[in-house]
Design a protein around this ligand. Structure first.
Ligand SMILES: NC(=O)c1ccc[n+]([C@@H]2O[C@H](COP(=O)([O-])OP(=O)(O)OC[C@H]3O[C@@H](n4cnc5c(N)ncnc54)[C@H](OP(=O)(O)O)[C@@H]3O)[C@@H](O)[C@H]2O)c1
Length: 282
């Protein structure tokens, strides 16, 4: 659709949960370049302030910020005080990368519970809060960043992949459920992308596609552009041809083969152990 129609459907202001760096900042940049005002949420106030200043200078839009932990039980109270008076027509729930990898039992249970707060409770709270005002206006959009890792289980990122599966099904369900309210919803399935978060947890892009690391990893702006271009066109879009090519395998009924393959891939790119698992024969 044209930029004018896109603004009419999803403007004038976009809320980006996790909008200060990585893919969230790329969404902010794309939307600001189309004239959207923004409300950016993230924890580190200095990074938020830098991103907001850059976008105001480059695009002349209003950029509001709030330093908040999306895992907070008071999330809606914190957000509604800054969002009051802003007409939020688009919600992008971006934050959600894994912060630690490893065997489930070797991690503190609190780590898994924090993933649930960030990737399940946060999206529910903001979708409900923003969705009610969108419904009152009869229009709006929501994009949830999901993951190839949420289309199947895998070792070493048990809670992460499970919460990303939640996000994916949540978005698909909302796609149908919010349609009568005039709200478009998209599960934007993301594969390896060069962001500060994945660099922090040590993803080895060279091991993703040996000899051709560029081909397997996307840039944040490519993901954001594909997401915005596919809002309104169905419940699911996988960013990148390479990732789309893997979808038939990820959705195949041989779950043991899929979970083994994903676990092997995750172990490989993060330098962790992999042991193939098959059915018991005894
Ligand atoms: N990058 C990849 O390879 C990849 C692959 C598959 C799926 N994805 C998905 O794509 C999305 C974006 O990933 P990303 O790599 O750009 O990194 P990310 O860590 O998910 O997002 C970074 C942004 O979110 C903010 N953030 C993180 N935790 C937060 C919290 N608890 N409260 C408030 N803000 C928080 C960060 O700022 P602060 O740190 O200052 O809070 C920053 O603005 C995620 O949902 C992820 O699951 C990414």
């Amino acid at each position: 659709v044209s930029a004018a129609v896109f603004q009419e459907r999803y403007g004038p202001c976009a809320l980006i949960a996790g909008g200060s760096d990585g893919i969230g900042a790329a969404f902010a940049e794309e939307l600001a370049s189309q004239g959207f005002d923004l409300l950016l949420l993230a924890r580190r106030a200095a990074v938020l302030a830098d991103t907001a200043a850059r976008l105001r200078d480059a695009h002349g839009v209003a950029v509001h910020t709030r330093s908040v932990d999306l895992r907070s039980a008071d999330l809606v109270d914190e957000v509604s005080s800054v969002a009051a008076g802003l007409e939020i027509g688009l919600l992008v729930y971006n934050a959600g990368s894994a912060t630690a990898l490893g065997r489930f039992l070797d991690q503190e249970v609190a780590e898994a519970q924090r993933m649930v707060a960030l990737n399940c409770s946060g999206p529910i709270a903001l979708a409900h809060h923003c969705g009610r005002s969108m419904r009152a206006r009869g229009r709006g959009g929501m994009i949830f960043l999901t993951s190839m890792a949420g289309l199947a289980g895998s070792s070493h990122q048990v809670a992460y992949s499970a919460t990303k599966a939640f996000d994916h099904v949540f978005a698909e369900a909302l796609w149908h459920d919010l349609h009568p309210a005039g709200i478009d919803v998209l599960s934007l399935v993301v594969g390896a992308t060069r962001t500060p978060s994945v660099e922090r947890i040590g993803l080895d892009f060279e091991k993703l596609r040996p000899g051709d690391p560029e081909a397997g990893a996307m840039l944040p702006r490519e993901v954001a552009r594909e997401g915005l271009a596919h809002l309104g066109l169905g419940p699911l879009w996988a960013a990148g041809e390479f990732n789309r090519g893997l979808l038939p395998f990820f959705f195949s009924p041989d779950r043991a083969a899929v979970v083994n393959a994903l676990s092997r891939g995750v172990a490989n790119i993060h330098g962790l152990d992999y042991v193939p698992v098959s059915k018991r024969s005894d």
